[in-house]
Write a protein that binds this ligand. Structure first.
Ligand code: ATP
Ligand code: MG
Length: 591
């Protein structure tokens, strides 16, 4: 049966943007069940609420509701970028390989970079990021210090052939990013550009209604020397963050540092070889010997870039940090040696590898510097050395920070015990220095006529990931709970008896009033049971719901419900629009 609302027009604002929309004629297919591949709640709910649909691994369609929320994130980001003086451009997704060869990333980037050839057999990439393209543009257009500072941004589709695309929009292969690039005359000026973007990002995520933290970060494949990540705090987050509750210092666990508790002092005891049967792992060995795990030296054999062997030594109670180890190897990828490789290079299985007499390069964690009476593999199956001493029994190439911080470790800044929390990286700000401008020859002329390379920064936010992070943080058992700022519509209008003329008339009138006030309304005009409409309304999670029923109308009232706190109140029909407008205003995150 067609609804009596089917002739009601869609309401547009003065720019032609949709304010009021009817559910029945919208592509908003809600689902009872999420597909099996959806592991985390945001992915499940975004599919169930009809926001997105998968096309291929890591590649998604945005349906109308999802697109509306995406546009809201986009508007917030654009507004803050404009406010902080960045200028919008739009760069191509397809980029010639020559630029990547000039920057050196054609070789470095690896299989995440989607490469292809055109009909003339010329190499191209689908841009995973745009440092090369923007630096090339600025190199051609900017000549003088008078043109600086300059910050350019775009909101555009990227492609990264992620090894494990998952969690819906959270880790896609194709995704939309806002990327900005700043160009300055020197480091001091670049610092100001960085600070401005840092502040813009604080504003963006505040306005999105997210609980987040800015954390010190590793710079990763993009390179550069200094960066912060903006992390949305959520248990499902792929990143771990070391937080100091005392001084508020926060760092990605990939690079977090700590000052280790002191390990036992000198004993000058002689090195002893001891039979340690069935002790392949640190806890068993510690129990067997009656020693602290911290005094056991874990010897891990790696192959730098899969080739040169390197022995990494770590205190037994800590894990090796591969990001730190990679930095220690000047960017060479550390690959853990296989049992066969370990046996071939060191002559024993991995658990019994010894630094004593080892012929390979040895890197030791700082935590081992003071250790005088440690336990180490003895280079023989089922044997360990007791009283092993660095610099006496074996030499190390260097002491470096190689271990991952553990909860309770003292903060490197203030000494208070660190806690570990999980987060979703939604934004990243980098200081790039001159690595790209030098590689691509992007210089400017100073007041003295001297040519110098431009000093750069780059700043990224994932739009889809921000949306998914918002759902991850704002939901309950029944569905999404949109913050007002990101909700596809602000108000859900639910007439319960669509065939009842009084209900129909009141609904049409309220729809008119609300959209005239500029409110965004999704009218559930379907001839469906109230129960189903309520369920869908909860699933979609629009912040405010207005229910119009025969019963309430008899008293001249409608029911208002707040999705987040589930409070319900009755409002006189003729005051409902005004009341809703006030609520919407109050619920937009204050700045
Ligand atoms: P990750 O470590 O999660 O792969 P990244 O460090 O590679 O992220 P950047 O290069 O800093 O990410 O990109 C900037 C922003 O782009 C990220 O903060 C994130 O919001 C978004 N982003 C990056 N990769 C993806 C992806 N695969 N899917 C969705 N968004 C992404
Ligand atoms: Mg990445």
């Amino acid at each position: 049966m067609t609804s009596i609302f089917s002739s009601a027009p869609i309401r547009l604002d003065q720019h032609g943007e949709v304010l009021g929309q009817r559910f029945s004629s919208y592509l908003a297919p809600t689902l009872k069940e999420a597909p099996a591949e959806a592991e985390i709640v945001s992915h499940k709910l975004m599919i169930r609420a009809g926001l997105i649909r998968r096309l291929a691994a890591g590649i998604y369609n945005y349906l109308p509701l999802g697109l509306r929320s995406l546009r809201k994130v986009e508007r917030i980001i654009r507004g803050e970028m404009n406010r902080f003086g960045a200028r919008e451009v739009l760069l191509p997704a397809v980029q010639p390989a020559e630029l990547w060869k000039q920057s050196g990333r054609w070789e470095k980037y690896g299989p995440e970079l989607l490469r292809f050839k055109d009909r003339h057999e010329r190499d191209f990439v689908y841009g995973p990021t745009h440092e090369e393209v923007i630096t090339d543009l600025v190199k051609r257009e900017v000549r003088s210090f008078r043109d600086l500072p300059l910050n350019l941004f775009q909101i555009q589709t990227k492609f990264r052939d992620e090894i494990r695309p998952r969690f819906g929009l959270m880790r896609g292969r194709e995704f939309i990013m806002k990327d900005a690039y700043s160009f300055d005359v020197d480091d001091a000026a670049a610092e100001l550009s960085y600070q401005a973007m840092y502040e813009a990002y604080q504003n963006i995520f505040k306005r999105c209604g997210l609980k987040f933290a800015a954390v010190e970060a590793h710079s990763g494949a993009i390179g550069g020397n200094y960066s912060h990540e903006f992390m949305v705090l959520a248990d499902s987050g792929e990143d771990a963050i070391a937080f100091c509750p005392a001084c508020s210092r926060a760092a990605n666990l990939e690079k977090a540092t700590s000052v280790y508790p002191l390990t036992p002092g000198p004993t000058n005891a002689p090195l002893i070889k001891k039979h340690t049967p069935n002790c392949r792992h640190v806890p068993e060995l510690a129990r067997f010997l009656g020693v602290e795990e911290a005094t056991i030296i874990k010897s891990l054999l790696f192959l730098a870039n899969g080739q040169e062997p390197v022995l990494a030594l770590i205190p037994g109670h800590r894990e090796i940090n591969l990001v730190k180890l990679k930095d220690a190897l000047d960017g060479q990828e550390p690959v853990l040696a296989s049992p066969e490789q370990a046996e071939k290079i060191m002559g024993v299985p991995m658990g019994f590898v010894t630094p004593v007499g080892a012929k390979v390069k040895i890197l030791a964690d700082l935590g081992l510097q003071r250790l005088k009476s440690g336990v180490a593999g003895a280079g023989e199956k089922d044997y360990h050395y007791l009283n092993a001493e660095v610099n006496r029994d074996f030499q190390v190439h260097a002491f470096m920070d190689l271990a991952t911080v553990a909860p309770g470790d003292p903060c490197a800044k203030c000494g208070a015990p660190l806690t570990i929390r999980r987060g979703i990286e939604v934004g990243h700000v980098f200081k790039l220095g001159t690595m790209y401008s030098q590689a691509l020859g992007a210089t400017f002329m100073g007041p003295d006529g001297q040519e110098s390379p431009l000093v750069m920064g780059c700043y990224g936010v994932g739009l889809g990931r921000t949306l998914a992070a918002s759902v991850e943080q704002n939901h309950d058992a029944d569905g999404i709970i949109w913050p007002m700022a990101l909700a596809p519509f602000q108000v859900a209008l639910l007439p319960l008896q669509t065939q009842n003329p009084a209900v129909a008339e009141a609904t049409a009138s309220l729809f008119d009033q609300l959209t005239s006030l500029g409110l965004e309304v999704l009218l559930d005009d379907r001839d469906e049971r109230p129960g189903l409409k309520f369920k869908d309304a909860d699933l979609l999670g629009l912040p405010l719901r207005v229910t119009i029923s025969e019963k309430s109308l008899a008293k001249g009232e409608v029911e208002l419900k707040n999705r987040a706190d589930r409070t319900v109140s009755m409002s006189p029909l003729n005051q409902a629009a005004q009341q809703l407008q006030d609520l919407v205003k109050a619920m937009l995150s204050p700045m």
